[in-house]
Design a protein around this ligand. Structure first.
Ligand SMILES: [Fe+2]
Length: 205
């Protein structure tokens, strides 16, 4: 008798690659602080949409050229995405995965980001810049949850790959990647200071 695991959901986590990481992280912190102050359109969007904190998601689409540190980070992320794409066994058919959106998230104490997916994208992910003690975990959901209907819940001590929801606590300097259909949320930030991350989508072009 054999029981296989099929239709695997890949989730990638690694320290960001490359040299001079402390300098890059400081440059990114400075750039994020500048954006939070200067991006009036972004701040208005957050206010209008009851987003507690700041995101450049709806207001800026040129971070990688606006600040060289974001361009540096993008090039590093590209390398991780290439590894993840190979692990997913994507047949890209001569086309490429290209970052087509890239944004800053500054989550204050008690801020959160409710459950969502990233439509029209292939790979999504986040780079974690500042994670004070108590900073939010990333909660990911079994993509089959909506199909389970009468299925019993899983045992609390079920192995990780059999659980319905998984909480992942990143470390500063980590990049995490997943396929964009994977539902996820940022649970409430219990830290006393801001949680800062940089998120992105890759499309198949
Ligand atoms: Fe997201």
């Amino acid at each position: 008798m054999t029981t296989k695991s099929l239709f695997t959901t890949k989730f990638y986590r690694a320290p960001i690659c490359g040299k001079n990481l402390p300098e890059l992280q400081q440059d990114l912190r400075d750039a994020c602080a500048m954006l939070e102050t200067d991006d009036k359109a972004g701040r208005k969007w957050c206010k209008d949409n009851a987003y507690r904190g700041y995101t450049s998601y709806a207001s800026l689409n040129d971070l990688d050229t606006r600040f060289s540190c974001f361009g540096d980070l993008k090039r590093r992320i590209d390398k991780h995405v290439a590894i993840f794409a190979a692990e997913c066994h994507f047949d890209l058919q001569g086309r490429k995965l290209v970052m087509d959106s890239y944004w800053v998230n500054i989550l204050p104490p008690l801020g959160l980001h409710t459950s969502h997916i990233h439509p029209h994208s292939v790979v999504s992910g986040t780079f974690y810049l500042d994670l004070p003690v108590g900073a939010s975990a990333l909660k990911i959901e079994d993509p089959r949850l909506g199909l389970m209907m009468a299925a019993p819940p899983r045992l609390k001590d079920a192995p990780e790959d059999m659980q319905t929801h998984i909480f992942i606590n990143p470390s500063e300097g980590d990049v995490m990647l997943w396929e964009s259909w994977l539902r996820h949320e940022v649970v409430q930030n219990q830290a006393k200071t801001k949680r800062i991350s940089i998120s992105f989508n890759y499309n198949w072009l």
